[in-house]
Ligand binder design. Structure first.
Ligand SMILES: Nc1ncnc2c1ncn2[C@@H]1O[C@H](COP(=O)(O)OP(=O)(O)OP(=O)(O)O)[C@@H](O)[C@H]1O
Ligand SMILES: [Mg+2]
Length: 637
């Protein structure tokens, strides 16, 4: 798998990165703007207090007018109250926009990940996707609902405060600014270091999520091979690195906080020395000096918060960068606009000189699928055989456009599949795979997954479809589950046996009632008897449905009208099973190797297979083929 976490992030500037949240935040901007305004008003009330103090010190305190003193005290109390009220209002206002933006982005990323092609998922670790949809979006939410508004209103407050300092005393204000300059240097250093760290840390947590996901998913394998400790070791290594990075981030932030803590105080101390001297020289009134320091004290809070707010901002920025790496991934499988409801065709599937190679294949390697031409007639069942790794699964992924062909074309009822809207195409072609994936939902939800046209699963119509599909797939075991077809099966169907899962997946493909059924060895986990029963039931379905069936057992091959042999990326031979047995040495060799991979011990298989085969033969009239297959099997020995 491509390790995306290690790819260096593209630095496109903090503002450009952050601005990408705009499309999701547009509707919330008025509320965020109002929140900022309210925050600024709170600061304005705070900054007005020193004004009152100056008036108090230079006025009533000098003259000893007690009524005015009480008046000033009352005014200060009122300003304090207003400040608290507006801070409260700001908090309430900015609470919801973040959560709304969060929900919008989460939906968008989920939908996009769903839309992206299989090839994208081949190269991305699930943990990296998961952490983007969870952690990174939370970072953006925190920033939107708190960081941004505070950063804007605090920055304006600081600028406003400095302007007020100038009005009290330009000289003192200049000294204050000059003495504060080191903060800028440390702020800029912090930006570079913290931004980089934030990105690496978030990538690291993505790797940790991958570890968790993989070991939970593969828990049986880890346990059975006694490799739990190794998995724990790998997890611990990744998690420890995540912890170290968090500590690094923390100490970088602490350094900035340290500088933002003492540099302004140092600036204030310089101002104090100078200010007292100015006041004693008479060029500054005591009230002005008092107000200068009171203003500076009001600024202390916003200045101290800047480090924390910058940290939030840089984290949100790398979160957005990571989110948009996924959102920017384009889907090369282009869809066409749906013109009308898909009509049911005859289900003729034609491969015309089809080529396919994975994107990352080395240039000197031939195409994995190197020019396949195959004509599957309406209602015909075509078996696809070939040695392991010959590309059978790849071929089955092409008609439904899980991968796009890289050369040639595939026609469904004479129409290039690239010109059929994906939704329509995938309704017309249903698939079942060897590794049957089920969802944590009711049995009936899983089986009826492909029936977009049936919305009410409780209707008699839905019930009829479900019952028939379960019957054909020999999945009657579901009625013995605690709540029958309403039983919720475990995550990825793990509480069912492999064969049970395969039968449900097959039922799902059958229930979809497609024109073309593509089955990638969906019966591999069944015992021979069950497989035979499924096959004879399938035969009824397949009589009207076109099917492309990857076969690993001679008995599956015999289900087919014709067989195509895939060899070195090409169709080496195509014909009925008996024709090929006679004409193609390569086919005989593959068929005998298929027989060898059957799970029953040789001697037993000779009995069971022939009994079962006879059953199928009787119901299908394939006697010649059956004799041939057994003869071939014996030849192979
Ligand atoms: N995402 C991928 N990127 C690159 N190569 C791949 C990818 N997926 C599969 N392959 C390669 O393509 C080849 C064909 O794989 P495929 O799964 O189609 O074989 P198969 O005939 O179905 O094998 P089996 O009988 O074992 O199921 C294999 O060599 C495999 O390594
Ligand atoms: Mg395969």
């Amino acid at each position: 798998m491509t390790q995306l976490a290690s790819s260096p992030p593209v630095d496109q500037g903090v503002f450009r990165s952050l601005a990408r949240v705009l499309p999701y935040a547009k509707a919330e901007l008025p509320r965020l703007g109002f929140g900022t305004l309210v925050g600024l008003l709170a600061s304005a009330f705070a900054l007005a207090i020193p004004l009152t103090l100056e008036a108090l010190v230079d006025g009533p305190l000098q003259t000893g007018n007690t009524t005015l003193i009480w008046g000033s005290a009352g005014l200060i109390a009122l300003l304090g109250l207003l400040e608290a009220l507006f801070v409260y209002l700001r908090r309430v206002t900015v609470l919801t926009p973040g959560t709304r933006i969060d929900a919008k982005m989460r939906n968008a990323i989920y939908q996009h990940v769903q839309d992206l092609p299989v090839a994208f998922h081949d190269s991305w670790q699930s943990g990296q996707l998961l952490s983007r949809a969870q952690t990174d979006i939370s970072l953006v939410r925190r920033w939107m609902s708190f960081g941004l508004v505070m950063l804007v209103s605090n920055s304006i407050t600081i600028i406003l405060g400095v302007v007020i300092l100038f009005t009290w005393s330009p000289l003192l204000a200049t000294v204050f600014i000059v003495a504060s300059l080191p903060m800028l240097i440390f702020g800029s250093r912090f930006r570079t270091r913290f931004s980089g760290l934030a990105r690496i840390t978030q990538d690291q947590w993505g790797d940790v999520a991958t570890s968790v996901e993989e070991s939970v998913h593969g828990i049986r394998i880890l346990k059975s091979f006694g490799r739990g400790q190794d998995a724990l070791g790998r997890f611990t290594t990744r998690a420890s690195r995540g912890r170290d990075l968090e500590i690094d981030k923390g100490s970088t932030l602490a350094t900035l906080t340290f500088w933002l803590g003492w540099v302004p105080d140092f600036a204030l101390a310089s101002c104090l020395a100078l200010g007292v001297w100015l006041a004693s020289a008479g060029s500054l009134s005591t009230g002005e000096l008092f107000a200068f320091f009171a203003t500076a004290a009001v600024l202390a809070g916003p200045i101290a918060s800047i480090s924390f707010l910058l940290a939030l901002t840089f984290e949100a920025r790398s979160g957005l960068d990571r989110i948009f790496e996924v959102m920017d991934a384009t889907n090369p499988i282009l869809d066409v606009a749906e013109s009308s409801a898909p009509e049911r065709g005859r289900g003729e599937l034609v491969f015309e000189d089809v080529h396919f190679r994975h994107e990352d294949t080395e240039a000197d390697r031939p195409d994995l699928i190197n020019g396949i031409s195959l004509h599957i007639k309406p209602g015909e069942t075509m078996a696809l055989v070939g040695v392991t790794g010959s590309g059978k699964t790849t071929v089955t992924a092409l008609p439904a456009r899980l991968y796009d062909v890289t050369g040639g074309r595939i026609l469904l009822d004479g129409v290039d599949i690239a010109t059929i809207p994906l939704n329509a195409l995938r309704t017309r072609i249903a698939m079942a795979f060897e590794d049957a994936t089920l969802f944590s939902a009711r049995v009936k939800d899983n089986v009826m997954l492909g029936r977009h046209d049936v919305s009410d699963l409780e209707s008699p119509e839905a019930h009829a479809i479900l019952t028939e599909a379960l019957e054909v797939a020999e999945a009657g075991f579901v009625y013995d589950l605690p709540e029958g077809v309403d039983t919720i099966i475990g995550e990825q169907g793990l509480s069912l046996s492999g064969g049970q899962r395969q039968r449900l997946a097959l039922a799902r493909a059958i229930a979809a009632d497609p024109e073309v059924l593509v089955l990638d060895d969906p019966l591999s986990a069944l015992d021979v008897q069950t497989e035979a029963r499924v096959e004879s039931a399938l035969r009824k379905v397949l009589a009207t449905t076109t099917a492309l069936v990857v076969a690993h057992r001679p008995s599956t091959v015999m289900l087919a009208d014709r067989v195509a042999l895939l060899h070195e990326g090409r169709i080496a031979a195509v014909g009925t099973h008996s024709e090929l047995l006679e004409s193609s040495a390569a086919y005989r060799s593959v068929i005998s190797s298929l027989a060898d991979t059957d799970q029953a011990p040789r001697e037993d298989r000779a009995v069971t297979d022939s009994t079962i085969e006879l059953e199928i033969i009787e119901s299908t009239g394939l006697d010649d083929d059956a004799r041939l297959i057994r003869r071939d099997d014996e030849d192979a020995r």
